[in-house]
Ligand binder design. Structure first.
Ligand code: AMP
Ligand code: MG
Length: 320
């Protein structure tokens, strides 16, 4: 049953996966409106299943306390990162999950190497860390607007023509290091069409409760659409690796994007296959001894073991 479900999920996300080593042309290779023949009316139920599985696996991940998961979300403005996080993580225990959003770097952050601020937000063992924007901004917005690179004050020899190739390599190495230490890196790119972005911007202007999400700067970024698409394509080609592949999630339909994001995350957790720790013979013997002691402490008239009395009739009877 679990195997069958795991196989179905693996098949579902397979078309979204960027084959390591392949050359990606985003516009040609991935359709923002793809929906794998799923009907919208089945969408809510599918997402519920995904959210339920995530909660179950996250509880085991935390209990096992051995692996950690880093979930990176990248997208163009209005791509749906916030909503995806809100919906997909709605069922999990907040104790085991933390979200970090990365904005324009602070002076302190600019004073360090470019991976420094991301390294501070990595998950602990047993945890899921979500990056709302991630270290990939370092080869996206920084590339499209090179003045960001100037602000990083790199020494002359570190900012030649090879700077992006070096960054891809460093990022791949960093993720490999994390993976080899038990931290799985899951990467999702929400792929939005230009027309759907226009529609979402208009909605942000039309609806007062969405105004805060919109800034005139977003429209200026939109003018650089083609540059961003090129930077995305190159990033996907260079940094989809066997240890941390990219998944390109069609983002024009929010409901479908959320199902895909949940499926990719569940798939990763199923691969980790975390288990609740079990106790050995000696520890179980100790538990039985403590149990007898606790039963003996029952006050007169109370069940020796109220839990057993309720759940296993005939056991844990009353103390005279
Ligand atoms: P938002 O996610 O809408 O709150 O916007 C955050 C802004 O921070 C976006 O415009 C990003 O392009 C920008 N940003 C994120 N990371 C970097 C970075 N490393 N360098 C420069 N700008 C960044
Ligand atoms: Mg924004």
């Amino acid at each position: 049953m679990v195997d069958k479900q795991a196989r179905r999920i693996a098949e579902f996300i397979e078309p979204l996966r960027v084959e390591p080593g392949s050359h990606v042309d985003l516009a040609k290779d991935f359709d923002p409106r793809y929906k794998a023949r799923v009907k919208k009316r089945d969408g809510a139920e599918l997402l519920r299943t995904g959210v339920g599985l995530l909660a179950e696996y996250q509880a085991k991940l935390a209990a096992q306390d051995s692996y950690g998961v880093l979930f990176c979300l990248q997208a163009i403005d209005a791509g749906g990162k916030d909503g995806t996080i809100r919906h997909v993580m709605s069922g999990v225990n907040p104790q085991g999950v933390h979200v970090s959003s990365f904005k324009v770097p602070s002076a302190e952050e600019l004073d360090h190497d470019y991976l420094w601020r991301y390294a501070q937000r990595l998950p602990a063992r047993g945890d899921i860390a979500i990056f709302n924007r991630s270290h990939y901004e370092e080869v996206l917005v920084v590339r499209v607007h090179p003045e960001n690179l100037d602000r990083q004050r790199l020494p002359e020899e570190a900012k030649g023509r090879d700077v992006w190739t070096h960054r891809y390599r460093a990022i791949n190495d960093w993720e490999r290091y994390l993976c080899e230490n038990g931290f799985k890196v899951v990467k999702i790119f929400l792929n939005l069409s230009e027309e759907e972005q226009r529609t979402r911007f208009l909605k942000r202007i039309d609806l007062p409760e969405k105004n805060w999400k919109f800034s005139a700067a977003d429209v200026r970024e939109r003018e650089r659409w083609d540059d961003y698409q090129r930077a995305f394509s190159e990033m996907l080609s260079a940094t989809s690796t066997p240890w941390a592949p990219w998944y390109v999630v069609p983002a024009d339909r929010k409901w479908f994007a959320r199902i895909c994001a949940a499926a990719v995350l569940v798939h990763t957790l199923m691969e980790i296959d975390p288990r609740y720790p079990t106790v050995g013979k000696k520890a179980r013997k100790e538990l039985r001894a403590v149990r007898r002691q606790l039963e003996d402490e029952a006050p007169a008239g109370a069940a020796r073991d109220p839990y057993a009395a309720e759940h296993r009739p005939g056991r844990g009877k009353e103390r005279p």
